[in-house]
Design a binder for this molecule. Sequence first.
Ligand code: IPE
Ligand code: MG
Length: 239
Amino acid sequence: MMADAPKTQKFSRLPEHIAIVPDGNGRWAEQRGLPRLSGHQSGTDNMRHIVKYLNEYPIKYVTLYGFSTENWNRPKAEVTGLFKLLEAFIGRTAPEIHRAGIKLRHLGRLNELPKSLQLAITDAIELTKNNSGMTLSVAFNYGARTEILDAVRRLIAEGVPPEKINEETFGNYLYTAGLPDVDLLIRTGCEFRLSNFLLWQTTYSEYHFTEVLWPDFGEKDIDKALLSYGRRHRRFGGL
Ligand code: IPE
Ligand code: MG
């Protein structure tokens, strides 16, 4: 979708790649006396909404943390419920993002996810593979340490000589091969940590933390994060 000029004029500079850690679904539900899974339901609904909103901006890459390698430690019912919701999210989002020219990618270990979720993801990737608009990456069963280990294993398995390994070649062995580093990382839900998300790709990211719980995180909150990003001086270790 073409970004309309007045909308982007508010910002001196927009990030090329935004990564989001949508946190606080459980607390959102608990505050309302609802089961945690209904918080996740509202959370996945909000993901669809925020993706649509971000696509109104000329932002090329959006990456969402949906399920971490550590989330397997949650009660089985929550894990299975989450997978069902993520599958519904992909199923409902696929035609919408396709119409909007968005391309889907998956980051993480796909083959450990339930078969039907794997299929929903691979179908959506196939459907949107020729789109040239925004790239939406969904990190489901993603862990940054696993990502780095998987890269090292492949480098060794392929017999890549040590002197050929530099930041660029290593980056090409990560799940995020071809994606630029993260410019802006947003985490909702009043937690101030990275939680094994995109370690390699966020070394010089700007961070935006907010106490707003993910299901409540709306368009105004996105704009606040973008405004704050526009005011930062990024020096990448220089002056
Ligand atoms: C984030 O919400 C969603 C996932 C981790 C899948 P939480 O489930 O972590 O919500 P809180 O932190 O318990 O409120
Ligand atoms: Mg949490």
